[in-house]
Design a protein around this ligand. Structure first.
Ligand code: F6P
Length: 341
């Protein structure tokens, strides 16, 4: 049995441990593993590297992905799915392990429906994939954002300023929510909820009067009324608008300064959230879902994804994971509001 492994979409800490977990477990079954380079471009261009003990042994604490990644979507290119299938045959790949979020796993599921033997591994720092309690990458990215908040609070306290931190999170505000709760922030703006900017400004005025500093955490995908229509701009191969061009944190800081009269500064943590060594949680989760992926292959359970449910890692249908995006609900927002005093 020969397994091809690929990583697609935005990278995040935990991918390398997941590759390691999959290869180590595959070795138990006597399988050979190869890595496809750069996401779905790998099978499309038939570019592989060997993945044995030597290659994966050092990966337990490495951020990023040794396989490289891309947002290449074979279903957006004429003849590409057929080329992928032909290459898998040519290279003697019996099963594919695709590690990614909704876009990468969406491609995996479509290929599965065409008869390709695929297993999924959930990955996203946004934590917005359904059917799994957590995805690796999330814990590390929030941990990095918490460090950023601590730094912003230190300088904000010294200068008597309001500080705004913009974090990643396109459709789901999990990163902003957990960062705000974990950092003791005074307001959070999440893409799931229409923001009440006037209420935020009034609240920040009151917070600032009390402690001479305030912290706001904003998710990059949050609506900002002064933007007018949905921001248009360059899109990636999966049709998502590239959000970094919005400068949302800066716009919100300007708004706060105007409304409160308090000097306000903003910072964007951006891709620093996606790199660096994975936290312990993400290392263990990455290893576990990687191991489970190899086990699903050995059991012939294709079209499935390794998912964390409670304390267990189990196989769930890819279709279940892709049915809906997991977003922050009102109960979570209400919890956050308890701490906005
Ligand atoms: O992987 C999802 C994500 O982290 C989003 O939160 C963010 O908008 C996007 O990736 C950034 O992608 P890129 O690395 O292509 O700039």
């Amino acid at each position: 049995m020969k397994i091809g492994i690929l990583t697609g979409g935005g990278d995040c800490p935990g991918l390398n441990p997941a590759i390691r977990g999959c290869v180590y477990r595959a070795l138990d079954f006597g399988y050979e593993c190869v890595g496809f380079l750069d996401g779905w471009k790998g099978p499309y261009n038939a570019v592989t590297i060997p993945l044995g003990l030597k290659e994966v042994e050092p990966l337990v604490d490495r951020g990023g992905t040794i396989l490289g990644t891309s947002r290449f979507n074979p279903f957006k290119k004429e003849g590409a799915p057929e080329q992928v299938e032909a290459n898998l045959k040519k290279l003697g790949i019996d099963a594919l392990v695709a590690m990614g979020g909704e876009d990468t796993l969406g491609v995996a599921n479509k290929l599965h429906q065409r008869g390709v033997k695929v297993v999924g591994v959930p990955k996203t720092m946004d934590n917005d994939l359904s059917a799994t309690d957590y995805t690796f990458g999330f814990d590390t990215s929030v941990t990095r954002a918490l460090d950023a908040c601590r730094a912003l609070l230190d300088t904000g306290t010294s200068h008597r300023r309001i500080m705004v931190l913009e974090v990643m999170g396109r459709h789901a505000g999990w990163v902003a929510l957990y960062t705000a709760l974990g950092a003791g922030a005074d307001w959070a703006l999440l893409p799931e909820f229409k923001p009440d900017y006037a209420a935020m400004a009034a609240h920040l005025k009151q917070v600032f009067a009390r402690k001479k500093v305030a912290l706001v955490v904003v998710s990059e995908g949050t609506e900002f009324s002064e933007d007018g229509e949905e921001p248009l701009g360059e899109k990636d191969a999966f049709g998502h608008i590239i959000l970094k061009k919005r400068n949302l944190g800066e716009k919100i800081a300007d708004y706060i300064e105007k409304e409160t009269g308090v000097e306000t500064r903003s910072a964007v943590i951006g891709h620093m959230q996606r790199g660096g060594p994975p936290t312990l949680f993400d290392r263990i989760l990455g290893l576990r879902v990687g191991v489970k992926a190899a086990e699903l292959v050995s059991e012939g359970k294709f079209g499935m994804m390794a998912a964390l449910r409670g304390q267990e890692v189990i196989g769930v249908p890819l279709a279940e994971a892709l049915a809906n995006l997991k977003v922050v609900d009102k109960a979570w927002l209400d919890l956050a509001r308890v701490f906005f005093k």
